[in-house]
Design a protein around this ligand. Structure first.
Ligand code: AMP
Ligand code: MG
Length: 272
């Protein structure tokens, strides 16, 4: 944040019980910033994150859970590369959730999720999450509606439990539009060094753009709570995405006021 810019958290948060329409949310929005004016605050926020995380880790009091969701190519991996560059890998890790294994599928959908939630002093970033159980699962009819529909309330209750037990939960939806996805997929296809990221299956998913949009709108409208708010981050511009996520995360950590623990030591000690 700077004097002429409001907190992005206030701009991007989904107010509990509000109805989200992604067609009305401009994925190019940059809230008055340009790439140039965003550069310094972005670096400042990363520095702020570095210092906050060190105190958080030393203090061992607060678990932090960051959830990243977004359609294919929305920038989840890029966000991790950028934001995590500010964090000490000690005390911070990524949990990626792909297609459930046989063992995971034999359990309820929160089983593998709960196993990866952060402990005191840790920051865990979910690259995809329990929300896939009301996104890909819904779009592909992997379970009947009678089973996925109650999951919105179950997820809210699960997150409320984590929050009540002390976890800070910050959920980012990376919002790109359909044309941006087309360009990013094309760029992956055209660049041999990006082929490893190019999945033919992503083209099939792209055909279901409208279904995913509807599913995401439900997630954002039903599961943004005081305990665990969603932030809709305009993500066509990677520099704005990085600015917004860095700032919001740093603000949320700062609100916890993490402090180095005060340790009682004998006075006038001279180490021989
Ligand atoms: P990626 O994030 O590109 O590595 O892809 C992970 C894949 O796992 C995506 O296609 C997700 O849709 C899929 N996935 C994640 N969670 C689930 C789930 N609960 N059920 C089915 N597929 C999932
Ligand atoms: Mg993918």
């Amino acid at each position: 944040m700077s004097a002429d810019h409001p907190h992005l958290a206030e701009r991007l948060i989904v107010k509990p019980s509000s109805k989200v329409s992604l067609h009305e949310a401009d994925a190019n929005e940059s809230h008055g910033y340009t790439k140039d004016t965003a550069a310094k605050p972005t670096l400042d926020d990363l520095a702020r994150l570095t210092s906050l995380q060190e105190r958080l880790f030393a203090e061992q009091k607060h678990p932090i859970l960051v959830v990243l969701q977004g359609i294919d190519t929305s920038g989840k991996d890029g966000t991790i590369r950028h934001v995590m560059s500010a964090l000490n890998p000690q005390g911070c890790w990524i949990a990626g959730f792909g297609v459930p294994t046989a063992v995971e599928s034999a359990h309820d959908y929160l089983w593998r999720i709960h196993a990866q939630t952060p402990a005191n002093g840790e920051i865990v970033v979910f690259n995809r999450s329990h929300y896939e159980s009301v996104l890909v699962v819904r779009v592909h009819d992997l379970v009947p509606e009678a089973q996925w529909r109650p999951r919105f309330a179950q997820i809210n209750a699960f997150e409320e439990l984590l929050a009540a037990e002390g976890t800070t939960i910050v959920k980012f939806f990376l919002h790109i539009d359909r044309d941006e996805q087309r360009q990013r997929l094309q760029a992956r296809y055209d660049d041999p060094t990006k082929h490893w990221k190019f999945k033919m299956g992503d083209l099939e998913e792209r055909k279901r753009w409208d279904d995913y949009t509807a599913a995401y709108e439900d997630v954002l409208s039903r599961c943004s709570t005081d305990a665990a708010p969603w932030y809709v981050v305009p993500a066509n511009r990677k520099w704005f995405r990085n600015l917004a996520i860095g700032e919001i995360l740093a603000d949320r950590l700062e609100a916890l006021k993490p402090e180095y623990p005060v340790v009682e030591l004998p006075p006038n000690l001279v180490i021989a």
